[in-house]
Design a protein around this ligand. Sequence first.
Ligand code: PLP
Length: 287
Amino acid sequence: MARIAYVNGRYRPITDEAIGIEDRGFQFGDGLYEVWSVRRGRFLDHEEHSARLERSLRELQIDLPVSLPALDVILREVVRRNRFTDGLVYLQVTRGVSRRDHPFPVTPVRPTLVVTARGLDFTTIDRRAAAGIAILTLPDERWKRCDIKSVNLLPNVLAKQKARDAGAFEAWLVDEDGCVTEGSSTTAWILTKEGTLVTRATDNRILWGVTRKAVRALAEQEGLRIEQRGFTVEEALEAREAFVTSASSFVMPVTSIDGRTVANGAPGSVAMRLRELYIAAADGAAR
Ligand code: PLP
């Protein structure tokens, strides 16, 4: 059975050619996206993802073509039609279809709304977490509005591919000052030798991770000290632990950076504890 997508008011097979050639998302990358994890049929951090979606829409001056409650129904219907209980839901909104011209369309057009979903076996991710992942560091070549979840992911795609070519799972992007901004699709964290969790502050150089926020709250509850600042690659290599967070990987320990092991090369206990807490909280509280 082909997966089912929602496209501008209709549920249709994902294999359908349903987007206009002059869609501004295709022509200019003039659009944004959002991603939710679904576990046991429930959306994790649902409100936070919806709030970030609204912010991205506001920043790009794109109107969601349906109300938020209607969107909620669509998200759940796409999951239902794809018949899974564990998986990921992707949403893209673009400025719509209009004759190719850089400025916004003079006559307003209806934004394009697409929702897709796919099942995911979270035990695969659990196994990855138990092993830990390798990181490759690369220069951050992105624009200066990474706080907007725009569909312009080319630098992220290229960085991720370079990492995979080098046998690493994720790329950490490094700014002009030598500080890690974030991963190509994850938030970057370290636990210093002194036991302080460090992750970059939410500025324009990173996406404001929803999982970052949830994990930060859990770490605070655990009594961990948290500093929001950039850290260098050297600092990460000297850290007690390193890890990444994202909606699809939750908390994922990092065991090597640029081929050098982090601490003793095993997943850190604090990262694993935060992962456990995040999953327990998500399974208990998600709706
Ligand atoms: N940073 C980037 C560049 C991302 O693409 C993502 C997730 O897609 C994240 C961070 C993590 O954000 P979240 O925890 O909301 O998934």
